[in-house]
Design a protein around this ligand. Structure first.
Ligand code: ARG
Length: 474
């Protein structure tokens, strides 16, 4: 180890760290992205040190100017971490010492990397969650736009991937919007718990210096300082919780992706992807693949992996800080990065896809999706549902044997299946009438879907401001 190396510790050590330790320990290659947040926290801390009389006005001025200069140098790529910088905090202290000499060494009073790193990561995640929300809103916009176009395009709704009952494609697409609206709520709920400032906790016990954790919290956009200094540095709930929200979001996107894969298959033929959002094959010239949908499905596995690795890392840790916790950052960053890639691609794919209405209309009644209409028709005539189900089942069996549709059964055969059946049952045997009959809130009829659409648009509009708000002062 060279003696010019900046280290935040070393006084009690006889020599420098072994190469193998340094290589294991270093994390600046992935925590460097915390630099702007670390600098923001440093500015707040400098002001608090001045308030405590530990920096005079001149020193504070020079400190803040140096921090600004360092921030600009970082942004311009002129100041970079070196292999000797253990982490982002070490690198930035080196930058400060280069600019201020011994004055730079005053900033570390009353704080520790333990409260610093917890603060930086909260700031980073709170900042990026708004971007995630913005991308989510855009995906929901794309789904809503398509839903508006297809409020009365019938499709066979499915259970067990078998044709079940007709629904509209608009209703189906809106069924993918609802989970995204819940994801937005989860992000906001997460943010209310993440908006707590660990700074002031020091290593774990707080500080003997007259710091002002509330002022630091306020300056950094937090709602309040942590209630317990030990919890402040030991807590990584905000990482695990966000990774859960990201995983669940990933699962929602994956289920949508899976459906797009199905819809674009030859067998369904319901959707055609825009060329810009599909890929080809290196050997089969005819191929058009839904890679965005597949990558979305695949990335869900990564997001879940990120969550599992952080929970597993945390589960046996005694209070307070342990170095294991350095392993929280890569999964957290990976989840943010993954969603930053997936969400815009998915939104583009959805908003540009062409829906094959003809194929959907043809598929809607296939597989006897109107059988329930017959059973309900019988129920309206006073037949117990149990018997109505039986009768309709026999009618379906007859149609299967005859290879005909429900409304193609002759008057005589209807009578033969059950004396309760008569030709007027054909009134309910159209997809359109089946859809129109569904008037209860939340169902697939035109009225309830229009209501749902309006409310989804309304709710989404309510998120736009939150999603673009700047929570972290720069
Ligand atoms: N790089 C460390 C981390 O990410 C910073 C905190 C180091 N604290 C310590 N006591 N060694 O967790």
């Amino acid at each position: 180890m060279s003696s010019s190396r900046t280290s935040l510790w070393g006084g009690r050590f006889a020599g420098g760290p072994a190469e193998a330790l340094a290589r294991l320990s270093v994390c600046v290659q992935f925590d460097w992205r915390l630099a702007p947040y670390d600098l923001a926290a440093s500015r707040a801390h400098a002001r608090v040190l001045a308030g405590a009389g530990l920096l005079d006005a001149d020193e504070l001025g020079r400190m803040l100017a140096a921090l600004d200069d360092l921030e600009a140098a970082c942004a311009a790529g002129e100041f970079r971490p070196t292999v000797d910088d253990e982490d982002v905090h070490t690198a930035l202290e080196r930058g400060l010492l280069e600019r201020l000499g011994t004055l730079g060494g005053k900033l570390r009073a009353g704080r520790s990397r333990n409260d610093q790193v917890a603060t930086d990561l909260r700031l980073y995640l709170r900042d990026h969650v708004r971007g995630m929300a913005t991308n989510l809103v855009q995906l929901a916009d794309a789904l809503i736009e398509q839903a508006e176009r297809h409020v009365d395009t019938p499709v066979p709704g499915m259970t067990h991937l078998q044709h079940a009952q007709p629904v509209t494609f608009g209703h189906w697409l809106l069924a993918h919007v609802q989970p995204l609206l819940r994801d937005l709520e989860r992000l906001r709920d997460w943010d209310t718990r993440a908006a707590i400032s660990p700074l002031g906790a020091g290593a774990l016990a707080g500080s003997s210096l007259p710091l002002d954790p509330a002022a630091v919290a306020k300056e950094l956009g937090f709602v309040a300082p942590a209630a317990n200094s030990m919890d402040a540095v030991a807590d990584r709930d905000f990482v695990a919780e966000l990774l859960f929200v990201a995983s669940l979001l990933g699962v929602h996107l994956s289920r949508l992706g899976e459906e797009v894969v199905l819809w674009t298959s030859q067998e369904f033929g319901w959707v055609e992807l825009d060329d810009a959002f599909a890929t080809g094959s290196s050997i089969m010239p005819q191929k058009k693949n839904a890679d965005i949908a597949e990558l979305t499905r695949g990335k869900a596995g990564r997001l879940i992996g990120d969550l599992v690795s952080v929970l597993t890392m945390l589960k046996g840790l005694p209070l307070t800080y342990n170095r294991d916790m350095q392993e929280d950052k890569e999964p957290a960053f990976d989840a943010v990065d993954t969603l930053e890639l997936v969400l815009p691609a998915l939104a583009g794919m959805i908003s540009t896809m062409t829906v094959r209405v003809d194929r959907m209309v043809a598929a809607a009644p296939a597989g006897y999706t109107l059988a329930t209409e017959v059973a309900d028709w019988l129920v309206r005539k006073g037949i117990p549902f149990r018997e109505a189900h039986e009768v309709t089942g026999r009618l379906v069996a007859l149609c299967v044997a005859r290879e005909c549709a429900l409304d193609e059964v002759s008057d005589g055969d209807l009578e033969l299946v059950s004396p309760h059946l008569d030709p007027s049952v054909r009134d309910v045997l159209s997809v359109r009438s089946a859809l129109a009959a569904r008037t209860t809130p939340g169902s697939t009829g035109p009225g309830p879907v229009a209501d749902q659409l309006a409310s989804a648009v309304d709710k989404l509009d309510g998120w736009r401001e939150w999603a673009t708000e700047h929570v972290v002062p720069r």
